[in-house]
Each structure stands twice: as structure tokens, then as C-alpha cells.
Design a protein around this ligand. Structure first.
Ligand SMILES: [Zn+2]
Length: 389
């Protein structure tokens, strides 16, 4: 009899296992049904434009199933894009509060929450979120980028600089470029107070972070000139040409002034001839023509500009060409006609923007170091082409 009981034992175990398995399956089935009811209710609310009820229902579903996290991120981002920030915040805050989420999802939720606060103009709260992620492998660089954007908006340059160590460690060119401009902002303030040594030290730091920052060299040239160190200023202007040929037309006049004070005007024209040969820019051409006219006479200068305009026609070059036709010995009627043409051309050019942002295409007649549209630094440069340089 006892043997029979022993024989029945595996059968009982198998039965127990089978029943248990069925019970788990049943529980899972019930949970899934519950989830799908919550989802379909949420979707129904969404479709009937009752978004707040939809969010509650879908967030409730999230408590049960982690697989839907991505869908929640997508939903919140959609809300943010539509400008419904309170709804995006509600979803992201809920995700941050969920303890059982994997670290990666949790960090994403904190990051997105930071972006929500930033869009809402709540800089303090956004800063707190991004600061939490500085050590994150996935979100460290992105968070630092947003932090610098916040400090740029609040003009808190020193706060930005306080993150220098990490920015240098990450070695991200764009962040280094931004930080160099933070130093330039501080240098501009020190420049206004004529704090010579402080300006130089700040600009040296800027150039260490970003050797391509022509703004740092431009400011350095200004402070050297102000303190009668024109030789050093001339070197800065030359460096700007090496750094950024597109920005260079804006410093030619200041450079001529600097060389004039050094009594080395011939050196300047040698340099500017080289600039013209390499870039064929209209500013370099117009400045160089003054030298040709002085050295070789007006006839040679007119021949030079004619061949230059054939090589690369620009409206500014043509305007200068018309001005050169004006002769003191000419009749009043002839000169008046030439004046009329020049006025028409300069009127036309005034309608055109002098600068365009190389990043977003924003056009402006005024120069800004930070683009008013995309906020990138040192991207507004003189327009190239027929109506520009
Ligand atoms: Zn821009």
C-alpha cells in the first residue's frame, strides 16, 4: 500500500505543478486583460480629445507593464512639441517617480523633464535636472550642452566656466567653443573697465579652449591698440585671417588703422594683396585699390578693378568702380549722373543684409557674436556672393 502511495507521489507533484502553472498563467492573463482595458480606455480618451483622462489611464497602465515606457516617452514628447507642457511634465514626472524603472529609462525621464522645464522657461528647475545627469554616460554631454544654454540665456558666464574641468575632459569642440565665448563675454566686461591684465588673461584662456576663436583675437587686438601695443594688435589681426577668412573683411579697416599707427602701411597692403589673391573678396579689393591708385595712378587702378570685376563680379565692387569714374575736371552734369547711379546702388545695398548665420541662415544688418535665432556663437559672418563679399 505504502509502495502505491510512493508511486502516486510524482503524479501528485505533477498535478500540483500543473495547477500552479495554470494559476500563474491565469494571473498573468488577468493582468494583461486589465492592462489592455486601461490602454484601450486611454486610447479612447485620446481619440475623443480628453487628453487629461487619457494620461491618467495610460499612466495607470504603466504601473503594471514596463514595456510601455517608450510609448510614454513618445506621448510626452508629442505633448511638448504641441506646446502642451503641463501634460508632458505630468508624464515625465510620473516616470521619474517610478522606482522599478531601469537606470537608463530613469535617466531619460530626468533628462526629458529638464527639457520640459527649459521649454517652460523654468531655468532653475531645468538646471537641477541636468545637474543630476552630469556623471551619466548617456546623458552627461547632452546635459552639459543644455546647462551651457541655460547659463547663456541667464548670462551667468561664471557658472558655465565652473564646469570647465568636465568640458575639457569630454573634449567636445562645440562645448569648448561655447566656453571660449563665455570667457570673451567676461573679457568684454573687463575691457569696458579697462582692466588690461584681466582682459588678456581671460582671452588667453579663451584661446586655449578654442584656438579658432577669432572673437578672442579681435578683442585682444582692441585692448592692445588701446594700450599702444600696435605690433601685438597687428599679429592678432593676422591671426584672425588664419582663423576665419569669412569673418576677416570686418577687421580690415581696423587693421589698416593699426598699421598706419605703426607707420607700416606698405606691409598692410602687401598683406591685403595676398588676402585679395586668395579670397577675391570685395572689401579686400576696395582697400587694395586705394594703394594701387596712390602708387600707380587712377588709370592703373581702373584697369585693376575692371579685371577684378570680370574675375568675380560683386555689386559693392561695381559701386566702387562707378565712384572711380568721377573726375574733378568732368562736367557737373556728368558727375551728377554718376552720383545718381552710386546713390541707387548704395540704396539697394542698404536693403540687403550684411550678415548671415552660417548655422541657421538667419540674416541681419547688425553683427551679433551669438546668433539671435539659433544662439550659436561666432556664426554671423559677412554675406558672400554677388550682393556681399
Ligand atoms: Zn543662427
Amino acid at each position: 500500500m505504502i509502495e502505491l502511495l510512493f508511486l502516486l507521489l510524482p503524479v501528485a507533484m505533477a498535478y500540483g505543478w500543473y495547477m500552479g502553472r495554470n494559476s500563474i498563467k491565469q494571473n498573468q492573463q488577468i493582468a494583461k486583460q486589465d492592462l489592455s482595458i486601461k490602454y484601450s480606455t486611454g486610447l479612447n480618451y485620446l481619440l475623443s480629445n480628453q487628453q487629461d483622462k487619457a494620461i491618467d489611464s495610460l499612466l495607470d497602465a504603466l504601473k503594471v507593464e514596463d514595456d510601455s515606457v517608450e510609448a510614454h516617452f513618445a506621448m510626452a514628447n508629442l505633448f511638448r512639441k504641441r506646446g502642451e507642457l503641463d501634460r508632458a511634465l505630468k508624464v515625465h514626472e510620473h516616470l521619474v517617480r517610478l522606482n522599478h524603472l531601469p537606470t537608463k529609462d530613469k535617466q531619460q525621464a530626468v533628462f526629458e523633464l529638464g527639457k520640459d522645464f527649459l521649454s517652460a522657461g523654468l531655468y532653475d528647475r531645468a538646471e537641477t535636472m541636468f545637474l543630476k545627469l552630469l556623471k551619466s554616460k548617456d546623458y552627461g554631454l547632452k546635459s552639459l550642452t543644455y546647462l551651457l544654454r541655460i547659463f547663456q540665456s541667464t548670462k551667468d558666464w561664471k557658472q558655465g566656466i565652473s564646469h570647465q574641468k568636465q568640458i575639457v575632459k569630454l573634449n567636445d569642440k562645440r562645448l569648448l567653443h561655447t566656453l571660449a565665448n563665455f570667457y570673451c563675454e567676461l573679457a568684454t566686461t573687463a575691457f569696458a573697465k579697462d582692466q588690461f591684465i584681466e582682459v588678456i588673461e581671460l582671452l588667453e584662456q579663451a584661446l586655449i579652449l578654442d584656438p579658432d576663436s577669432c572673437r578672442a583675437n579681435w578683442l585682444m587686438a582692441k585692448i592692445y591698440e588701446k594700450h599702444q601695443q600696435c605690433e601685438l594688435a597687428a599679429k592678432c589681426y593676422q591671426a584672425i585671417y588664419q582663423q576665419d577668412k569669412e569673418f576677416f573683411p570686418d577687421v580690415i579697416e581696423a587693421m589698416l588703422d593699426c598699421y598706419t599707427r605703426l607707420d607700416e602701411v606698405d606691409e598692410f597692403y602687401k598683406f591685403i594683396k595676398n588676402v585679395y589673391d586668395e579670397t577675391a573678396g570685395s572689401s579686400a579689393l576696395i582697400f587694395y585699390l586705394a594703394h594701387v591708385e596712390k602708387k600707380h595712378g587712377k588709370k592703373k587702378a581702373i584697369e585693376f578693378i575692371l579685371s577684378a570685376l570680370k574675375r568675380r563680379p560683386t555689386i559693392r565692387g561695381f559701386e566702387h568702380f562707378v565712384t572711380m569714374q568721377r573726375l574733378p575736371s568732368d562736367t557737373e552734369v556728368n558727375n551728377k549722373s554718376l552720383d545718381l547711379i552710386t546713390d541707387l546702388i548704395s540704396g539697394y545695398l542698404k536693403l540687403k543684409h550684411r550678415y548671415s548665420c552660417r548655422t541657421c541662415g538667419f540674416d541681419s544688418s547688425t553683427h551679433y557674436w551669438s546668433c539671435p535665432s539659433c544662439h550659436e556663437w561666432e556664426q554671423l559672418k559677412p554675406v558672400r556672393g554677388l550682393e556681399g563679399e
